[in-house]
Design a protein around this ligand. Structure first.
Ligand SMILES: C[S@@+](CC[C@H](N)C(=O)[O-])C[C@H]1O[C@@H](n2cnc3c(N)ncnc32)[C@H](O)[C@@H]1O
Length: 184
């Protein structure tokens, strides 16, 4: 199950620095555990708000988004040299098996989370690689982010990753968001 795709007309909201209240570069990099030569994907990269934070610390960062217009907006801002744009659905990624050392997704899991997408991540992330998901939680207030009935809970994400063959190494619900780190 995935919910509606983010409306590109609201893209400017994604560049609000106040969004660091919900997840920081420090947290993403620590959870990802990447090296300077790592090959990583940002799943549902949008305008690149969090892509920009991770890109200087890895070898290649694929900005994956199903909407080309989001890539256009990111290109207009200017992307770091390590960013490669990929227009694709998470459920059908143009990567070879085991191509990625890691992947992450911020505030987007509820838009792509289907059995097909999780199976695709199990295919493209190498054994030992990780997927870090931070998304709005059903237990949040609903003051920010999508309506509560369009969100998943931490338990939903943990079950989905485990069913797809991942081992969950960190799982945490905070005030508005959850974090799920799944190892392939
Ligand atoms: C809420 S925005 C978040 C963007 C970015 N992760 C951030 O935190 O700034 C969600 C983005 O995911 C993209 N998206 C939604 N479903 C997707 C899918 N199935 N595959 C790839 N991208 C998807 C949307 O086009 C949109 O740009």
């Amino acid at each position: 199950m995935g919910f509606h795709t983010f409306d590109a007309d609201r893209a400017a909201k994604l560049d609000d620095p106040a969004r660091f209240r919900f997840v920081s570069r420090e947290e993403l990099l620590s959870r990802l555990g990447v090296a300077p030569d790592s090959v990583v994907a940002d799943l549902g990269s949008g305008t690149g708000f969090f892509t920009d934070e991770v890109a200087p610390h890895v070898g290649t960062l694929y900005a994956v988004d199903v909407q080309e217009v989001m890539h256009d907006l990111y290109r207009e801002k200017g992307a770091p040299d390590t960013v490669e744009f990929v227009t694709a659905d998470v459920a059908s990624l143009p990567f070879d098996d085991d191509h990625l050392d890691a992947a992450f997704s911020t505030m987007t899991y509820h838009e792509f989370a289907t059995d097909e997408a999780l199976a695709e991540l199990a295919r493209v992330v190498r054994p030992g690689g990780s997927v870090v998901v931070v998304d709005w939680s059903t237990s949040g207030s609903g003051d920010d982010g999508p309506p509560l009935d369009e969100r998943f809970g931490l338990g939903d994400a943990v079950s989905a990753f485990e069913s797809a063959g991942f081992t969950v190494s960190h799982a945490e619900t905070r005030r508005e968001t959850f974090v799920c780190v799944a190892r392939r």
